[in-house]
Design a protein around this ligand. Structure first.
Ligand SMILES: [Zn+2]
Length: 360
């Protein structure tokens, strides 16, 4: 390029998740000095049920992709390549969906099928590695060669970029930060163990700890899996808060039964001291896990994404305090923990990054 005009590359991004899939066109604008900007167009969504199977996945992809092209009016000829994220275990070299515990799909040659269907190069890897890579290609880690990516939503996943490359481990199992133990004999985790970070600090764990702590503060239950019991000070603060909002303790115990990570965050922002404590505790659990990761790989940055990262400000202070206390500081002096730079559609950006800057 002889001038500053940005070069545009258009990628079809497919983000396959546990319950839905998204399709979109991602335009990557790259200036002569290497600065990248991205734009999403024609985002289409289809449900993916647990029993969808290969045919369900195929038809969801065809349907969503058709909608993306219909809405954008784009011509296939302008699409350079296709990137796809895979929920579960993936083999990026072959573009295989190796295994997904929730769907029963196994050894699905997704990239081959998409290549045959659409006649474009296809790149696929698991969703967490893809998001980590996108952070390097488009996000907060451009120019950063060593970092840890943590996603906190309904589960907790981790990705590693080491020496500028995604590090997946021997059987694609590296960076399972969600299964770091943070509570001895804590709540049961989907993996079969107890007290994993995922069981404790992902969305459902946040909702559960809130439910337990509200019941404890109201004096109707002593059972707590890992929260410290509500101190007398917390009880007093909480009752005072309820009084100020016109609520009563028993009604709160009922309401808390249907709490979600998002509703607990709303409560914390309204000043509900029990919700504030639940997010503080979330920060402590994530901070401890992040320190283990940092002490192991000596990264330049740790980046946190996923739906719960929308409440980053609520848990960051406690996260950082715990992290610093557990960190081996001599070699990690400039290490920072940041919120993702990918925005809400991290999965689509992940898919696009696989195709824009392939590593397999
Ligand atoms: Zn686990």
């Amino acid at each position: 390029m002889s001038d500053k005009t940005a070069k545009k590359t258009t990628i079809l991004a497919l983000d396959l998740g546990g319950s839905k899939m998204l399709s979109a066109l991602v335009d990557v604008f790259e200036s002569a000095d290497g600065e990248r900007k991205t734009e999403l167009r024609g985002v289409a969504r289809r449900a993916l049920t647990k029993d969808a199977g290969r045919d369900g996945v195929r038809s969801a992809i065809l349907d969503a992709t058709a909608e993306t092209f219909e809405r954008t009016g784009e011509n296939w000829a302008n699409v350079a390549s296709i990137g796809a994220t895979i929920p579960g275990v993936a083999d990026p070299k072959r573009g295989y969906w190796v295994y997904a515990p929730f769907s029963g799909i196994a050894d699905f040659p997704l990239a081959d099928e998409l290549r045959a269907q659409f006649g474009k190069p296809v790149f696929a890897d698991n969703d967490v590695n893809a998001c980590a890579w996108a952070e390097k290609v488009f996000g907060a880690c451009q120019g950063v060669d060593n970092f840890v990516w943590i996603t906190i939503s309904n589960g907790i996943g981790g990705g590693l970029v080491l020496d500028g490359k995604v590090y997946a481990g021997k059987f694609s199992g590296a960076a399972e930060i969600g299964h770091f133990n943070v509570v001895e004999d804590g709540a049961p985790c989907g993996c079969g163990n107890r007290g994993c970070l995922e069981a404790t600090a992902a969305g459902p764990g946040i909702a559960r700890r809130y439910r337990e702590l509200v019941a404890n503060a109201a004096g109707v239950s002593d059972f707590l899996t890992e929260n410290d019991a509500a101190s007398s000070e917390l009880r007093v603060d909480w009752l005072r808060y309820l009084e100020s909002t016109g609520a009563n303790a028993n009604a709160e115990v009922e309401t808390a039964k249907t709490a979600t990570a998002a509703s607990v965050a709303d409560e914390a922002r309204r000043g509900n001291p029990v919700a504030v404590k639940v997010y503080d505790d979330t920060g402590r659990y994530v901070g401890r896990a992040a320190s283990y990761a940092a002490n192991l790989v000596n990264p330049e940055k740790i980046v946190i994404g996923g739906g719960v990262a929308g409440s980053f400000d609520l848990f960051y202070p406690a996260l950082w305090a715990t992290f610093e206390r557990c960190l081996f500081k001599a070699t990690n002096k400039t290490l920072t923990i940041e919120k993702t730079g990918l925005g809400y559609e991290a999965g689509l950006m992940g898919a696009a990054s696989l195709a824009f800057a392939p590593y397999c």
